[in-house]
Design a protein around this ligand. Structure first.
Ligand SMILES: [Zn+2]
Length: 227
């Protein structure tokens, strides 16, 4: 699980969310060394999935995914899954700036279309980055359903994957996600995904600014045991 890749603006509060280009390249080098092969989240359980399949997810849909992460991923024969906030395309991370965070530009509709054409996997992260446990059920349903429709209206790929903002979810959110037509949803719980993992609560390894390749190796091995 990544958030931002590239230079960190001065005064940033959530410093851990910014992974430098050098570090990002080092992490991908490690994954290649370990013979991991990139896979879309929606294809992790397909018969064509590679033996050592790994999905790389990027929350919030920052523009730096396209400008910084994507070229490095492509050069290394990999891809990525991006989770934009559909009503904030072309805007900033207002859910964070409201709490004093530095603004970071989000992908525009055109940029998201470009990623769609280029083969990135795109999933939903709601319309406004809503905390699905804090809002009323009607609003939660709208955020989950309408964001999928927003993406379907502009993209060519099926929208199969949902990402819970803040990793916050309930049994009710899982139900709404299924009813909206998603097949998978990602959590912020660390671990590897197996046949027995709940597809609406997929495990992820959190990659941070301070995750050096050796720390990443440690985290992957630890998460493998957690399953
Ligand atoms: Zn988010």
């Amino acid at each position: 699980m990544y958030h931002k890749v590239g230079p960190m603006p001065p005064g940033t509060k959530l410093r851990a969310h910014y992974v430098s280009l050098r570090r990002f390249s080092g992490q991908l080098r490690l994954l290649r060394l370990l013979k991991f092969q990139w896979c879309r989240v929606a294809d992790l359980w397909s018969p064509e999935a590679p033996d050592r399949a790994i999905a790389l997810t990027f929350d919030d849909g920052y523009r730096n995914f396209l400008t910084h992460a994507w070229p490095i991923l492509q050069a290394g024969g990999m891809g990525g899954t991006v989770f934009p906030v559909t009503r904030l395309l072309g805007c900033e991370n207002s859910w964070d700036t409201a709490n004093g965070e530095r603004p970071e530009p989000l992908l525009t509709i055109e940029e998201l279309k470009e990623l769609d054409r280029a083969g990135a996997e795109i999933g939903s992260h709601t319309q406004t980055h809503a905390d699905l446990v804090a809002v009323d059920p009607g609003k939660a349903r709208l955020e989950i359903e309408q964001s999928r429709r927003d993406l379907q209206a502009i993209l060519t790929q099926p929208i199969d994957v949902f990402c819970y903002p803040y990793g916050r979810k309930s049994a009710e959110s899982e139900r709404l996600v299924t009813e909206a037509g998603y097949r998978f949803a990602t959590s912020t719980i660390g671990g590897w995904n197996t046949e027995s993992t709940n597809p609406l609560e997929l495990r992820r390894t959190n990659v941070r600014r301070d995750t050096s390749p050796s720390v990443l190796l440690f985290k992957l091995l630890r998460d493998r045991k957690r399953g």
